[in-house]
Ligand binder design. Structure first.
Ligand SMILES: Cc1cc2nc3c(=O)[nH]c(=O)nc-3n(C[C@H](O)[C@H](O)[C@H](O)COP(=O)(O)OP(=O)(O)OC[C@H]3O[C@@H](n4cnc5c(N)ncnc54)[C@H](O)[C@@H]3O)c2cc1C
Length: 412
């Protein structure tokens, strides 16, 4: 049996849910998702606490979007990080701001955020349907036919507006399988090749095997050969590196890269020079490993000395100028770490997706198919860790839900 709605939203993540709430102000809405309940990935966010946005102005927010940030100008203007806070606070959700302006529900539960959005969807009589959409077809009279499959049953929806909010293709058990890319392609859109973003880096070889679990705060990293510095918290993992600074560096597309870590501070250049002199003069029998341990954990010291080919028992009296130079160079970013990204399944976001040049940034409408809109991670845009990606989903979802049609049929 064919069902008819003014708008059909495909995907009930934060983008689709926000879009459905806005679209319900213009007519009937059905939201379709493969899961029995909405917001499956949202419940996992922020370690189950949901870092829902960043307490920043829209201008500052754009600095957290490494590529194509200008695409978000208009949507952030229409629904800003501060509008997100007001949306939840007006519906009784207390929020709190933590380190780096990250905003969380005061309850520390992602469920609080989800319940608030779902409560609003229920208030607006939005119909929720569990089904996996296979294809979207367009008929002569500018009507969309949405074909879905659920337990072997085919269902068809007829609508004037489709909002594609199917997310990326990581954590596939949450329903974000990348199926939306094929739907967009069927409708004439280009998909920028996808790859993992906000993902740990694997080091091959991994010199730091024994350092697993050691975390360093405000460390400075660079891609070897590049001048751009990235500073933030860092952790050695079982097979490489993670932590916010690493996750953010993974937002560039690449297969393999060389990573350089500057281990200063905790020690400054002057401290280093004075300390070498004092060690040689005042503690000539102290071993190099003990001397270095005043700044670095024992397991890291072992890696530094092994790569510098310096005996850990070497005393200050025998520490040559050459040793000093070799060790200093390694500590200041001279260790070349060959890295590659972890698998897309474990990525917090998917890079790539629907090509932005084919989407109107002021309306989120397709420039190819009038009445087709996009929202959230299905688009080729991603932000840093810290609440940027849910905000992108909410802002683009809000704008798509306005259903502003500017594209003329046959224009593209
Ligand atoms: C572990 C983890 C932690 C994260 N933490 C944060 C955080 O704290 N803060 C932050 O800002 N971001 C965080 N993110 C990123 C954030 O979750 C996503 O960017 C955001 O959920 C994207 O929203 P979306 O609505 O575009 O897509 P999604 O949330 O992925 O929702 C897409 C929905 O579409 C449905 N769907 C897909 N294809 C079909 C189909 N063919 N038919 C029907 N339904 C379909 C899926 O079932 C899914 O429910 C995190 C991500 C992960 C994986």
């Amino acid at each position: 049996m064919m069902k008819n709605f003014n708008t059909v939203v495909i995907g009930a993540g934060p983008a689709g849910m926000m879009a459905s709430i806005e679209a319900s102000k213009k007519g009937t809405v059905c939201i379709i998702d493969s899961n029995p309940t909405p917001g499956r990935k949202l419940l996992l966010t922020g370690g189950g606490r949901c870092n829902v946005t960043v307490s920043e102005t829209s201008r500052m927010f754009l600095k957290g979007i490494p590529a194509h940030s200008s695409f978000l100008h208009s949507s952030l203007h229409q629904f800003s990080p501060s509008d997100t806070q007001t949306f939840f606070q007006n519906r009784g959700v207390a929020l709190k701001t933590e380190h780096n302006n990250a905003v969380f529900p005061a309850s520390d539960k992602a469920e609080t955020i989800l319940q608030c959005i779902v409560g609003e969807m229920e208030k607006q009589n939005i119909v929720y349907q569990q089904a996996t959409v296979q294809k979207v077809q367009i008929k002569e009279n500018a009507t969309f036919y949405i074909v879905s499959e659920q337990h072997g049953n085919t269902q068809i929806w007829e609508t004037n507006h489709v909002i594609l909010a199917t997310g990326g293709k990581s954590y596939t058990h949450t329903g974000s399988t990348g199926g939306g890319y094929q739907i967009a392609q069927q409708l004439g859109h280009t998909i920028v090749p996808t790859e993992p973003g906000l993902i740990h880096l694997q080091a091959k070889p991994n010199y730091w095997n024994d350092c697993q679990g050691i975390s360093l705060s405000s460390i400075t990293l660079k891609w070897c050969g590049s001048k751009e510095k990235h500073t933030g918290d860092f952790i050695f993992t079982d097979n490489g590196f993670s932590g916010p600074v690493i996750l953010n560096m993974s937002l560039e597309p690449f297969r393999k890269k060389e990573l350089c870590i500057d281990f200063f501070p905790p020690i400054s250049d002057e401290e280093w020079t004075h300390s070498v002199e004092d060690w040689r003069a005042l503690h000539p029998t102290m071993k190099v490993s003990s001397w270095l341990q005043q700044w670095f954990p024992k397991k890291m010291v072992a890696v530094f000395l092994s790569l510098a080919e310096i005996q850990d028992t070497l005393p200050g009296a025998e520490f040559s100028k050459k040793d000093q130079h070799k060790l200093y160079t390694l500590l200041r970013g001279g260790i070349v770490n060959h890295v590659q990204k972890g698998s897309i399944e474990k990525a917090m976001v998917t890079l790539g997706g629907v090509h932005l040049k084919e989407v109107n940034p002021g309306t989120m409408e397709s420039k190819i198919q009038p009445g087709l809109f996009f929202a959230g991670e299905v688009l080729d845009i991603a932000g840093k860790t810290g609440g940027y990606n849910i905000q992108i989903a909410l802002s683009t979802g809000f704008v798509a839900g306005q259903l502003k049609t500017e594209t003329k049929r046959g224009e593209a």
